[in-house]
Design a protein around this ligand. Sequence first.
Ligand code: NAP
Length: 259
Amino acid sequence: MLTSLKGKSVIVTGGSKGIGRGIAKVFAATGARVTLASRGEDALKEAADAMNAAGGDVRYALCDVSDWDSVRAMVDDAAAAQGGLDVMCANAGYYPQTKIVDMDPDEWDNVMAVNLRSSFLCVKAAIPHFDKAGKGRVVLTSSITGPITGYPGWSHYGASKSGQLGFLKTASMELARYNTTINAVMPGNIYTEGLQGLGQDYLDTMAASIPLKRLGAIEDIGNAALFFASDEAGYITGQQIVVDGGQTLPESLEALDEI
Ligand code: NAP
């Protein structure tokens, strides 16, 4: 049993949908005070209402995670509304699928901004609040795609997700002076709105390639994030955990038939 996060102040970017919603749901269920931050107000409101109806203490904020002014305002407002900041879950991201030969350079830049620059901006905006509190926690949502695997069309996405892990190593050293840890969750294929957008064929093929024979649930990632945010994980920093149902383990397609 982990020490309770009841009353802790948490921000989850991309908390309106998918993995972010799963992270927020898990934290809200422990009694944490949670801010969901993303761009679409209808989805934010719907997610916050659902979590509050289940007994949560959840607010939302409009924010574009690639924009410094937007991130800084969102973080400062959340800290003011929630009595400080204890946990920053930098999760928002997207994964357009375009092969290198067809990719507009602007698409590359935008993926880097939304997926990688955002990690830096969220950490930068959170530091003054962790400094004030004398402690803090950051959890990044990276991926298996990039750091471990490749997939045609996701060269920019994979680079951004590997970049988050490169950022993590030095950030963990710099955050140590604020008594703050930073770690990353590396999801495999998790059943989210974003993943559904890739089509049923993709979902079926992926599920078949996973030793546990199912796509991940959003709460599977939420539980890993909760562990990194817990008191019990206080001596873990600069690390990453793969949560993929074993997807990255088989040495060959045939290995799956042996299960
Ligand atoms: P999703 O279902 O599409 O949800 C994405 C969330 O991020 C939404 O709340 C979206 O809201 C928000 N968002 C997107 N761009 C944003 C921006 N510029 N500023 C603020 N919020 C923004 O995606 P998901 O599958 O849950 O993925 C979430 C994270 O998990 C991403 O970092 C992704 O790389 C990672 N991941 C996912 C999987 C998977 O299998 N699903 C696997 C590995 C890693 P708005 O569009 O309204 O802003």
